[in-house]
Design a protein around this ligand. Structure first.
Ligand SMILES: [Zn+2]
Length: 481
C-alpha cells in the first residue's frame, strides 16, 4: 500500500464518515419534519373536535365584535406602517393591538346575489349568521329583490337579531359606530330592512309603509340597546326623541360633555353629529368622544350591570375615506380603531371574547418597490445598493413621473397625461386623493377574503377559511339562547 493509497483510503473513509453524518443529519431532520407534521395534525384534530357546530369550549360571558368597515388586509398592513411611522419607527415592524391575537381566520365575504358585497349583507352574516342579498339588513334573501321589498315586513320570517339573542339570555347590549347609528352595520345589530336606505319613514317605499314597515330609526327606539353611541341625529325627528325619552325615561345626549356626565347605569343613547361622526383626523375632542373612549366607557357601564354583555363596535369611516380615495383619513381611522381595540383588551375581563374583522375589503393597493421605512403615504423611492445618494430621487413610471405606494384600482382620480408631476408635499398632505386606474365616481369595495382575529374564551372556534355567516352562527351558539 503506497502512502498515496493509504491517504486515499483514509480520505475515502473520512468521506464515508461524512456521508454517514450527513445521512444521519438528514434522517434526524426528516424525523423533526415528521414531528412537526404530527403536531400540526394534532392541532388540526383538536380544531376539528372544536368545530363551529359544537359548543365544546368555555363559553364567554361577554362578547365584543369589532368591525373595521372596509378594513381589507392591505388597509391593515398600510395602517400598521402608518401608526409605526407616527411613533418614529420604520413602520413595518410595528404591531397593531390585534396583530397579537392568537386565532386567525380568512373570511369569504360574498353576498347571496353579489360577488363583491356591501355592508348590509355582510353585517347580517357576521352578526345574525346567514348570508343575504346586497343592501338587505336581517331579511332572508330572495332571488326576486322586488318581491322582498313589498313582502318582507313580516318580521317573524327573519331569525332573531343579535340584540334579541343577547337580551333573551339576560345580557346587556352595546352598539357603537362612527357612522350614523341607522347605517347598515350598526343597524344589523338591532333592526331589519329590505333596503338599507330605510333609515327614516320618508325613505321607505310607500308600498312597504302600507305593509307596516318601520324605519331603522323607529326600530332602534323600539329595541334599544343599553348603550348606543354614534352619529346620525338627523335620522330621528326631535318629536321622536322627546316621545322616546318621556315614555321610557331613558337618556339622550348629543355632545361629548353631556355624554361624559350622563349616568351610565341607565339606558343611554348618544348621537353626536347630524350624520356620520367626524373622521378621526378632523374630530373635535370637546364635541365628539373618540372610538376608544366610547368603547372604554361602554365596557365599564355594561360590565357594571353584571349580567354579561354583547357589544358591536364599528369603525365606520375607514370605508368612507376609501370610497373617496383619501388614504390618510382611512389610516387615521384605523389608528383610532386600533386604540379602541387596545382599550378593550386592557379593560375587558378574561371572560370576554374579542373578535376583530372587516365586513369587506376595498380596491386599495400597496405597491411599487418602496424601500424599508419609506413614508407610507409618500412617493416610491426604491432600495438601491449602488451606494451613497442612490434612491434619493423618486422612482419614475413609464410617463417619466413619480408615483405613490398607495393607490386604488378604481375611483375618481385617474391621472391624465397632462396632470402635473406629483411631489412629496402634494402626496403627504392630509387631503391628497390617491391615484386610481379605472374612472368611477366613487371607489368600490373589493371581493377578496378579509381577516378575522380572535382572542379570549371561544376564540379557537374561529380558524381556517370561513364563510362569513359561520361567524354569526358561532356567536349565536356561544351566546346560547
Ligand atoms: Zn362602503
Amino acid at each position: 500500500m503506497t502512502p498515496k493509497s493509504t491517504f486515499s483510503t483514509r480520505f475515502s473513509s473520512a468521506l464515508w464518515l461524512l456521508v454517514i453524518f450527513i445521512l444521519a443529519g438528514c434522517i434526524a431532520e426528516k424525523s423533526e419534519i415528521g414531528n412537526s407534521v404530527d403536531s400540526t395534525r394534532l392541532n388540526q384534530a383538536e380544531n376539528k373536535s372544536d368545530s363551529p357546530k359544537k359548543n365544546t369550549v368555555t363559553a364567554p360571558k361577554n362578547i365584543i365584535v369589532f368591525i373595521g368597515d372596509g378594513m381589507g388586509v392591505s388597509t391593515v398592513t398600510a395602517g400598521r406602517i402608518f401608526i409605526g411611522q407616527e411613533k418614529g419607527l420604520m413602520g413595518e415592524e410595528y404591531e397593531l393591538s390585534f396583530d397579537k391575537f392568537p386565532q386567525l381566520a380568512l373570511v369569504k365575504t360574498y353576498n347571496t346575489n353579489a360577488q363583491v358585497p356591501d355592508s348590509a349583507g355582510t353585517a347580517t352574516a357576521i352578526l345574525s349568521g346567514y348570508k343575504t342579498n346586497i343592501g338587505a339588513i336581517n331579511v332572508k334573501p330572495d332571488a326576486d329583490v322586488a318581491k322582498m321589498v313589498v313582502s318582507s315586513c313580516v318580521a317573524k320570517s327573519a331569525p332573531p337579531t343579535l340584540l334579541e339573542r343577547a337580551k333573551k339570555t339576560g345580557r346587556s347590549v352595546g352598539v357603537i359606530s362612527t357612522a350614523r347609528i341607522t347605517h347598515a352595520t350598526p343597524a344589523a345589530v338591532y333592526g331589519q330592512a329590505v333596503d338599507r336606505s330605510w333609515e327614516t319613514m320618508a325613505d321607505i317605499d310607500p308600498q312597504a309603509v302600507k305593509l307596516g314597515c318601520k324605519s331603522l330609526s323607529h326600530q332602534l327606539l323600539e329595541n334599544t340597546p343599553d348603550i348606543t353611541l354614534g352619529g346620525g341625529a338627523q335620522k330621528f325627528t326631535p318629536e321622536q326623541l322627546t316621545d322616546w325619552q318621556e315614555k321610557t325615561g331613558h337618556i339622550y345626549v348629543s355632545d361629548a360633555q353631556s355624554f361624559r356626565s350622563a349616568p351610565k347605569d341607565q339606558t343611554l343613547l348618544g348621537l353626536f353629529t347630524p350624520s356620520h361622526m367626524s373622521y378621526e383626523a378632523d374630530r373635535d375632542e370637546t364635541k365628539e368622544p373618540s372610538l376608544a373612549e366610547m368603547t372604554d366607557v361602554t365596557i365599564d357601564a355594561l360590565a357594571a350591570r353584571g349580567r354579561g354583555y354583547v357589544m358591536m363596535v364599528e369603525a365606520g369611516r375607514i370605508d368612507h375615506a376609501h370610497h373617496g380615495t383619501n388614504a390618510y383619513r382611512a389610516l387615521k381611522d384605523l389608528q383610532a380603531f386600533d386604540d379602541a381595540i387596545a382599550a378593550a383588551v386592557e379593560n375587558a375581563g378574561d371572560d370576554t371574547l374579542i373578535l376583530v374583522t372587516a365586513d369587506h375589503s376595498h380596491v386599495f393597493t400597496m405597491a411599487g418597490y418602496p424601500k424599508r421605512g419609506n413614508p407610507i403615504l409618500g412617493l416610491v423611492r426604491t432600495p438601491d445598493p449602488r451606494g451613497e445618494g442612490a434612491g434619493l430621487d423618486p422612482a419614475l413610471a413609464a410617463d417619466g413621473k413619480p408615483y405613490t405606494t398607495l393607490g386604488y384600482h378604481n375611483g375618481p382620480n385617474v391621472r391624465e397625461a397632462d396632470s402635473p408631476a406629483l411631489t412629496d408635499n402634494m402626496v403627504q398632505a392630509p387631503d391628497f386623493l390617491q391615484q386610481t386606474a379605472v374612472n368611477l365616481s366613487s371607489e368600490t369595495h373589493a371581493g377578496e377574503d378579509v381577516a378575522l382575529y380572535a382572542y379570549g374564551p371561544g376564540s379557537r372556534r374561529f380558524s381556517g377559511v370561513m364563510d362569513q355567516d359561520e361567524i354569526g352562527q358561532i356567536l349565536a351558539d356561544l351566546i346560547g339562547e
